[in-house]
Write a protein that binds this ligand. Sequence first.
Ligand code: NDP
Length: 347
Amino acid sequence: MRDGKFGFGLIGASTISRERMVGAMNGSGVALPVAVFSRDLARGRTFAAEMGIPKAYDRLDEMLADPEVDGVYVASTNERHHREVLACAAAGRHVLCDKPLAMSLAEAEDMVRACEAAGVVFATNHHMRCGAHHIAMREIVRSGRLGDLVVIRVVHGALLPAHLQTWRINDPATGAGAIMDLAVHDADIVRFLTGDEIVEISAMSKNSGMGTDKIEDTALAIFRTAGGTLGHIHNVFNTPFNRGSIEIHGTKGSLYARDNMGQSPEGTVHLRDAEGLHEIPLEHEDLYVRMVRSVVAAARGEGEAACTGQDGLRSLAVALAMLESAASGRAVPVPASQVSSQPGGSV
Ligand code: NDP
């Protein structure tokens, strides 16, 4: 720890670190970004200087040996996550890894096991779990006010900003496409809200004009959970006025979240039931700050991270099944994991 604060080393001079995570660490009150690893030392040094990070490394083993690095935030392109998380675990460093955890379930299971064996925290940056709207919705579902859940709908679309129209839409080797990028969040939020597992999924996808036509920028899926709820996921990179929403409909009530699928702490939740339409009061807080605090607390032995590695493994399983279904035109069962987890989460 550094001045009592948890020191994060960052893997990758990435946009998400620049736009969200460095600020979240600094704003958390419990953590600091202390170093960045970049494959390109000049880029790493520029990033460090611009973001107020004291050190830049171009060798990961050197950053992992730095005694000020208590844990690592992995924010590289997706195909790097597996080997970088294994290196963090081998060095005994706690890990917050961005999504999707890996390119395959075997890789993700490997990462979960390596962190377990090393006795380090392994968290997944599914920040949506940390939104006040989603925490409030989960409480309402748990309270029984919706009755039995019947259907759920997650709309997750926007315009992929111009500065992010790079590997996500052009480079299949990175785990590109709207499904790996967005559906993992949706699968995770469905698990979080319902406490239920998606067990079967059927998808269609297309390219609607962004990037190479070999990579989907648009995808829809319907799914079934273990508990019998049916659902719908909608992912798209190419719709500038789409702000996202979730609907959960039960036998006694319906929940509507609007403008809730972004990165900022905003959006509304309404409950409609036999008594009418109720706006749910929300106290919004930066979602990434909440995530960082939960990871630091877990590293200090105070509970679990808001989203664990096992949770990231489950969301990846759904996204991979969705990809397979879109490619084959058939419904695909979501394989059970060798590594267990509870869907409800600890936020
Ligand atoms: P970026 O494209 O910004 O960065 C990815 C990596 O590319 C960096 O780590 C960096 O690695 C390298 N890089 C950066 N700039 C350049 C450049 N000019 N030329 C060549 N390489 C460069 O990715 P994102 O920040 O958008 O995404 C990183 C990860 O975070 C992904 O896994 C993504 O899915 C996830 N993500 C999660 C979000 C969330 O809300 N949870 C939101 C956005 C992204 P290096 O410095 O080592 O070369």
